[in-house]
Design a protein around this ligand. Structure first.
Ligand code: NI
Length: 166
C-alpha cells in the first residue's frame, strides 16, 4: 500500500467525468487500498479516485469517530437511488486543504454500488454518512462542494468563531 498525492482545487482532473469500473483487477484493488491509506493519513472521512488522479468511479468512506472501530465503505460505480430531508452544515474536502464551508445536503441518502467483489449492494446513510455519500459521488462527476457552498470558504478557526457568534 502507498499514500498517493491528493490533487487540489485548480487541478483540471478534479473537474472531469469518471469512467465506470468494468472488472476488479489487481490494479483496481491496489488503488482502493491506497485510497484508504491516503484518506486515513489525511484524517478524511471520504476520498474519491479523481482526488488521487484516477478517473474511475470509486469512492472510499469511513465516518467512524476517532474513538470508534473503523467502518470502511467501498463504493464502485455508485448511484444515488433516493434522498430525503435536508441538513445544512460545515463541509470540507481533502482537495481544498485548510478550508471549509456551509453546504446543504440531503439528511438521508440511499446508494446502490458494487463492493470489492463486484457484487451489488445498498448503502443507506443519514447525517454525516449521507453528506459524505453525496459529496464523494459528486467528485465522480467532476463537482466540488465549492460550487454549492453558501457564503465564503472559511478556515476552521473562522468557522469556529462564526459558530460561537450564532
Ligand atoms: Ni471532497
Amino acid at each position: 500500500m502507498a499514500i498517493r498525492r491528493i490533487r487540489e482545487i485548480g487541478d483540471p482532473i478534479l473537474n472531469k467525468q469518471c469512467k465506470s469500473v468494468k472488472e476488479m483487477t489487481p490494479r483496481v484493488q491496489e488503488l482502493i487500498d491506497d485510497m484508504f491509506e491516503t484518506m486515513y493519513d489525511a484524517n478524511g472521512v471520504g476520498l474519491a479516485a479523481p482526488q488521487v488522479g484516477i478517473l474511475k468511479r470509486i469512492v472510499v468512506i469511513d465516518c467512524a469517530g476517532s474513538e470508534e472501530e473503523p467502518d470502511p465503505i467501498v463504493l464502485i460505480n455508485p448511484e444515488i437511488l433516493e434522498t430525503d430531508g435536508e441538513q445544512t452544515g460545515q463541509e470540507g474536502c481533502l482537495s481544498v486543504p485548510g478550508k471549509c464551508g456551509i453546504v446543504t445536503r440531503p439528511m438521508y441518502a440511499k446508494v446502490r454500488a458494487l463492493n470489492e467483489e463486484m457484487e451489488e449492494y445498498i448503502v443507506e446513510g443519514e447525517e454525516l454518512l449521507a453528506r459524505a455519500l453525496c459529496h464523494e459521488i459528486d467528485h465522480l462527476d467532476g463537482h466540488l462542494y465549492t460550487e454549492i457552498v453558501e457564503g465564503d470558504l472559511m478556515t476552521p478557526e473562522e468557522a469556529a468563531e462564526r459558530a460561537e457568534e450564532t
